[in-house]
Design a protein around this ligand. Structure first.
Ligand SMILES: [Fe+2]
Length: 204
């Protein structure tokens, strides 16, 4: 069976997000870090297949942890690239704007919550805007690593990478400046399109 997961091409050149995000970071982040999560997710899938084949589950705990970590890293990075655009910034429009107004207190309140949640992460993680199909509402999540501190079934729409590899070469220890820069890159057309795709999702 071929590899399940593949590294998506960037939708722009490495330097396209400058000055907000340097070409060096984009290249390393995509070609090395994201690629490693793809490799790791495929490795976990292969390892679990081998375990089933041999009926040897001695390493099941590590394999399942690896799957959760690497698959989640792959998903969130795949979103990240499309969530940013050289023509980004501004505010959401249409149904996404209406949902943010109705469920998160308006754009400024939502922006403040996601900013604070992102800046407050202890260690590595993400700030995420997600659609929670159980409540039928948008939520902001403070994700640890790639896969922890999540509500089940929530679908990520906007993912802000707060791992040091996402900003350190440009912003050093001032991670709040990376968050400020991210708002200039946010691709609301992409987020709005995702919202339209999942807002009628039913899970439970
Ligand atoms: Fe990352």
């Amino acid at each position: 069976m071929p590899n399940q997961y593949t590294l998506p091409d960037l939708p722009y050149d490495y330097a396209a997000l400058e000055p907000h995000l340097s070409a060096q970071i984009v290249e390393l982040h995509h070609d090395k870090h994201h690629a490693a999560y793809v490799t790791g997710a495929n490795g976990a899938i292969d390892g679990l297949a081998a375990a089933r084949e041999k009926n040897d589950f001695a390493t099941i705990n590590q394999l399942e942890k690896n799957l959760a970590f690497h698959l989640s890293g792959h998903v969130l990075h795949s979103l990240l690239w499309k969530n940013m655009s050289p023509d980004g910034g501004g505010e959401p429009e249409g149904e996404l704007k209406a949902a943010i107004d109705d469920q998160l207190g308006g754009f400024e309140a939502f922006k403040n919550q996601l900013t604070q949640a992102s800046n407050g992460i202890q260690g590595s993680g993400w700030g995420v805007l997600a659609w929670d199909p159980t409540g039928g509402r948008l939520i902001v999540e403070q994700v640890y690593d790639h896969q922890s501190n999540l509500g089940q079934a929530a679908v990520p729409l906007l993912a802000l990478d707060m791992w040091e590899h996402a900003f350190y070469l440009q912003y050093k220890n001032v991670k709040a400046d990376w968050v400020t820069a991210f708002w200039n890159l946010a691709n609301w057309a992409d987020v709005g399109e995702r919202f339209g795709r999942v807002s009628s999702l039913s899970v439970v």
